[in-house]
Design a protein around this ligand. Structure first.
Ligand code: XMP
Length: 327
C-alpha cells in the first residue's frame, strides 16, 4: 500500500471535508489492493473495527464479510446495534455468532483474572477461525490497527495485531485502512461515513468486556446484574449531560453478598460498585465528581431495578493506587 506510514507532514483530520478527502483516497486504494477478491473482518462494534467496516463496505461492498462474535460479555444493546447499523442499514454481509454459552461454559468456575482473559482471548480466535474456515476464497483480513498501535509495537510496548494469533494455516494478506490515523481522526472519519455518534464516540471497552467487571468466577446472574446496572448508569449519565464528558464509566459487581432489607424482609445480595474516571492516556486517572442527587437516583434505580442487588457503592480511588478496571 502507498501509505504504509503516516507522512510527517500529514495534517490532523479534524473536519468533515478532510475526512471525506481521506475516505475518497482510501476507497480508491482499497479497490486497487483488493480487486475482486474477498475480505474478512472481525467486527466488534468498537470504534476502529466499525470504521474499517464502513470504509470497506463503501469500497468493496459485498466482497466484505464481517463476523460479529458475541462472547456474552458485551454491554446491553451492543450486538443489536451492530446488527442494526451494519446489516440492516449498511446492508453488509454480516455473520452474527452468538457464542455466549460456549464462552460462559468455558469460564464457569474460573476465578483467576489472567486465566479468564486467556480463555476469552483464545476462545475468540477459535470462534472467529471456525467461521473463517466455513467461507470460501477469502484472501484478505481487515484490521482496525491505528497509528498509536504501530508506534507502540515499534517501541516494544505491545503487539499491534488486533486479530493476531490466528492458526498457522490461515494466512491472509492484511488490509489496514486506518493505520495512519490517530483515534480522534478515526472518529471524525467514522462520522463522515455516517456511523451513529454513540458508536463513534463510545468510551473505551476492554476486549474481555464485562468479564473483568464480574470479578472472580463469572456466573450468569451476576453478569446480568453488571449488565443491567451498567445500562442504568449509561442512561442516567446521558440524561445528566455527562455522556461524552466523562472518559469512562461502568459498574462492577463483586463476588460477595451483604445483608439488606426490602419490603420488610431480610435480603442477602450483591453490591454494585460504580466507577467513573477521567484520563488522557489511561496511565493515570482521576475520579469524576458526581452530583449527590444523581448518585441518589442511581442508588434508587439500581437497587429497585436490578435483581440480586441491595447496595450501591462509589469507587473514589484514582489510578494509582487502583487500576481503572478491577481485573
Ligand atoms: P487499567 O484497568 O489497566 O485500564 O487501568 C486502562 C484502560 O485500558 C482498558 N483495558 C483494556 N482494553 N483490552 C482492551 O482493549 C483489554 O484487555 C483491556 N483491559 C483494560 C480499560 O478499560 C481502561 O480504559
Amino acid at each position: 500500500m502507498a501509505n504504509d506510514r503516516r507522512p510527517d507532514d500529514m495534517k490532523r483530520i479534524a473536519t468533515k471535508e478532510q475526512a471525506e478527502a481521506f475516505i475518497a483516497e482510501q476507497v480508491k486504494e482499497l479497490q486497487a489492493q483488493i480487486g475482486d477478491k474477498k475480505v474478512l473482518l472481525a467486527l466488534s462494534g468498537g470504534v476502529d473495527s466499525s470504521v474499517v467496516a464502513a470504509l470497506l463496505i463503501k469500497a468493496v461492498g459485498q466482497q466484505l464479510t464481517c463476523v460479529h462474535v458475541n462472547h456474552g460479555l458485551l454491554r446491553k444493546g451492543e450486538p443489536e446495534q451492530v446488527i442494526e447499523v451494519f446489516k440492516n442499514q449498511m446492508k453488509a454481509n454480516l455473520i452474527y455468532v452468538d457464542a455466549t454459552d460456549r464462552f460462559l461454559d468455558k469460564l464457569a468456575g474460573v476465578s483467576d483474572p489472567e486465566t479468564k482473559r486467556k480463555i476469552i482471548g483464545g476462545e475468540f480466535i477459535e470462534v472467529f477461525a471456525e467461521e473463517a474456515r466455513k467461507l470460501d476464497g477469502i484472501e484478505f483480513l481487515a484490521q482496525g490497527t491505528i497509528w498509536p498501535d504501530i508506534l507502540e509495537s515499534e517501541k516494544g510496548i505491545k503487539a499491534h495485531h488486533n486479530a493476531g494469533g490466528l492458526p498457522e494455516d490461515m494466512k491472509f494478506e492484511l488490509v489496514e485502512p486506518v493505520k495512519i490515523l490517530f483515534k480522534d481522526e478515526v472518529r471524525v472519519v467514522g462520522e463522515a461515513l455516517g456511523l451513529p455518534a454513540n458508536m463513534v464516540y463510545r468510551q473505551p471497552f476492554p476486549g474481555p468486556g464485562l468479564g473483568v467487571r464480574c470479578p472472580g468466577a463469572i456466573t450468569r446472574d451476576r453478569l446480568n446484574a453488571v449488565r443491567e446496572a451498567d445500562a442504568i448508569l449509561r442512561e442516567e449519565f446521558a440524561k445528566n449531560g455527562l455522556e461524552g464528558k466523562v472518559w469512562q464509566y461502568f459498574t462492577v459487581v463483586p463476588d460477595f453478598k451483604s445483608t439488606g432489607i426490602k419490603d420488610g424482609k431480610r435480603t442477602f445480595d450483591w453490591p454494585v460498585i460504580i466507577r467513573a474516571v477521567n484520563t488522557t492516556d489511561a496511565m493515570t486517572a482521576t475520579v469524576q465528581e458526581i452530583p449527590f442527587s444523581l448518585m441518589q437516583t442511581l442508588v434508587s434505580r439500581i437497587t429497585s431495578e436490578v435483581p440480586g442487588v441491595n447496595r450501591v457503592l462509589y469507587d473514589f480511588t484514582p489510578k494509582p493506587s487502583a487500576t481503572i478496571e478491577y481485573e
